[in-house]
Design a protein around this ligand. Sequence first.
Ligand code: TTP
Ligand code: MG
Length: 407
Amino acid sequence: MTVPSPAPRSILHVDMDAFFAAVEERENPALRGKPVVIGSDPRDGEGRGVVSTANYEARKFGIHSAMPISLAWRRCPDAVYLRPRIRLYAEVSRDVFEVFARFTDAIEPLGIDEAFLDVTASRRLFGPGPEIARRLKEAVRDTTGLTASVGCAASKFVAKVASDLEKPDGLVVVSAGSEAEFLAPLPVRRLWGAGPKALAVLRGLGCLTIGDVAGLEPEVLRRRFGEALGERFARLSRGEDTRPVHTGRQRKSLGKEVTFGHDVRDRADVDRTLLGLCEGVASACRRKDIAGSTVAIKLRFRGFETVTRQRAVAHPVCTVEGIWPVARSLFRKADRPGVPIRLIGVTLSGFGSAGEPQLGMFDEPGTRTDRRVADAVDRLRERFGRESVQRAVLMDDGDRASRRRRG
Ligand code: TTP
Ligand code: MG
């Protein structure tokens, strides 16, 4: 029996060409065809700054990013030297990412001018991956007047290598199954994660191309680089890379805390504050579409003694119903009755995506409903402000009375 392998993904790596310089050329067409160098301190070529980027005409003179301006000047005194206008480039970057967003939600930005896009689910709408790549390049050009280079493959690594091969205005497609063949002739320095030290070791092993690495026994690589890195090189050299496109930066933890204006003795007050903090953490989680599997609390007593307690929960949580009981129980255990409290905080960590029900996140009875209610509350708060929806226990009595009167 053969195990069916998952259908190949369509991943694009998109990188704008000579980005800062291209924007300057767009703003001032008189620059077109001339060598253009963008640098932090280009004063008459005497500046001590470095080159941010150079257009492709200037690159013919051997000018490239991170080189001292003074050296660029010596190589091409006739180039046009310009100071970077970061705010302008950031605006154009926003336009570029808006074009990306027409094709998919699964966008992982890598910098101001480059991103991975997982367009697997977009194929139904826009056609096969290479067709989406072609359309995307066209849309970027129509909308921004700039060119992008795109790599299209079934994995991030291969797409990234591909986008760089035919710059500028390139489109390189690597079909699923031909990754190893595509990578084989390329120099080892294109192997992801291979820094100067690793490159020296690889060359010492006789590897000049990625194909040479693929030809080694994986065991040799594991011995030289350790389990993790050795295995990674072995897999990447054969074009195997299953890493997902990460949308939104993955957070390590998300927490909220309050320092009381005066030390608080009344535990009911502390409870209310703790519940409010849990609410804040929960709604921030849901806005980011993440759920955490570890709840922690922090307590500071009068005299600055600080304690923290944490507990892992069976299912990742992103609702106040999930976080609050754990936080309250941790608080009870850490509390020193009678000692005034100065600060309390709640932190959630151990995140995955809340949008991955296959992890069993929402299998707990009632959790689905919690999540739906919570989402509705989030939407109301967005429209009418934070105060519109309050849990009864969070309102003090005066508050409740005044609402009753108004209601
Ligand atoms: P890159 O995409 O690395 O370079 P690029 O877009 O200029 O050229 P290429 O066609 O090779 O992609 O970086 C994007 C922008 O980031 C670049 O235009 C300027 C800025 N940058 C720096 O300021 N310093 C640097 O060292 C690098 C590498 C880039
Ligand atoms: Mg670029």
